[in-house]
Design a protein around this ligand. Structure first.
Ligand SMILES: Nc1nc2c(ncn2[C@@H]2O[C@H](COP(=O)(O)OP(=O)(O)OP(=O)(O)O)[C@@H](O)[C@H]2O)c(=O)[nH]1
Ligand SMILES: [Mg+2]
Length: 318
């Protein structure tokens, strides 16, 4: 399941207490102070990982706690520090503090980290000629995680246009394709290699009229194309006798514009899919003329036009 929002509680480890101890012998009852320091508590650290693509885990597991530091002991022995707790999150996770509403960080690159709760410092022992101190208090906070996918190309269009068939034909992504609308329920990422270059494509659930205001969960999905460099707008040309592809393009463009967040100003390639079903292709020229823009004509089934399309996408986006 793809989940793109979560709330979690994080608590770092407490610092270990400093120790009060004196060297004793048969003669000297209370000799030199030798109480060791307490160990530092472990931090809680969020770390972006390219191996994760959903926040689903955080719906089952909401509480995270790092190890505490151990107390100091006699003979100047420092307590063992608590281990840091690393929490992997998908690349593209935006972190906010719930209490203050403050934006904390956007973890984008694989391996990037954020210390989200600092462990308490270990307390000083009495060995330095002063009283021992207790361990420091660890930080704790409630945070929200919001995933906005990181992909180069967003594949958008009405349901059933052939978006998933296309991504499955050019990448190893297994995006279910079927002859009914709304087959794709969550964005699916696919890595496409073309000659020596690599781009990540996001196969989006189909958009419908009113998507910008939440129809068909459109607004939830549109946010995942906010960070793409470019859009690939796919239209089902086999429907030409029943549906006007030109109007389809305008309708979806309008949704992008109404959604905002500058997604309508992204560079866009228009693709007419399912050309294998057309007897008469003259309609394509007519629509191109109306649009004043070149459209790419492909068949994800026969692979016609796919190479030319990838050439153009990679030329524009790499
Ligand atoms: N003839 C033909 N059929 C195609 C082509 N591409 C896709 N299809 C068919 O069109 C139907 C819809 O394909 P999908 O890839 O599921 O479409 P989608 O745009 O991902 O649909 P949603 O996930 O519902 O938005 C399936 O039955 C595909 O087999 C094509 O190039 N030619
Ligand atoms: Mg699909």
């Amino acid at each position: 399941m793809f989940i793109d929002q979560a709330r979690i509680f994080v608590k770092a480890g407490a610092g270990g207490n400093g120790c009060t101890s004196f060297v004793c012998s048969k003669i000297v009852k209370r000799g030199k102070a030798d109480g060791g320091y307490g160990g530092d508590g472990g931090n809680v650290i969020l770390q972006a990982s390219k191996n994760m693509n959903t926040l689903l885990d955080f719906h089952y597991n909401k509480h995270f706690k790092a190890e505490r530091g151990l107390h100091g002991s006699s003979n100047n022995k420092t307590g063992k520090a608590g281990k840091d707790l690393f929490i992997p999150v998908p690349c593209g996770t935006i972190i906010k503090d719930i209490e203050t509403g403050l934006f904390l960080r956007d973890l984008v690159e694989d391996g990037q980290t954020l210390i989200i709760a600092k462990g308490g410092k270990g307390g000083k022992g009495n060995s330095k000629g002063r009283d021992a101190l207790p361990g420091g208090t660890p930080e704790e906070r409630e945070i929200s995680l919001e995933l906005k996918l990181i992909a180069d190309i967003g594949i958008i269009g009405y349901p059933n246009a052939g978006k998933s068939t296309f991504i499955s034909s050019v990448s190893r992504a297994k995006s279910k394709a079927a002859s009914y609308p709304f087959t794709t329920k969550v964005p699916i990422l696919g890595i496409v290699k073309h000659f020596d270059s690599i781009l990540t494509f996001a196969d989006m659930p189909g958009l419908i009229d009113g998507a910008h205001s939440g129809k068909g969960l459109g607004d939830r999905f549109l946010k995942h194309i906010e960070r793409t460099k470019m859009l690939l707008h796919m239209v089902d040309i086999s429907m030409v006798e029943r549906k006007d592809p030109y109007q389809d393009l305008l309708n979806i463009d309008r949704e992008l514009e109404l959604y905002g967040h500058e997604i309508s100003s992204k560079p866009k390639i228009i693709v007419f899919n399912k050309v294998d079903t057309l007897q008469d292709r003259s309609i394509i020229k007519k629509i191109e003329k109306k649009l004043g823009q070149k459209v790419f004509v492909i068949s994800s089934v026969t692979k016609e036009g796919i190479k030319e399309l990838l050439d153009a996408i990679f030329e524009m986006a790499v």
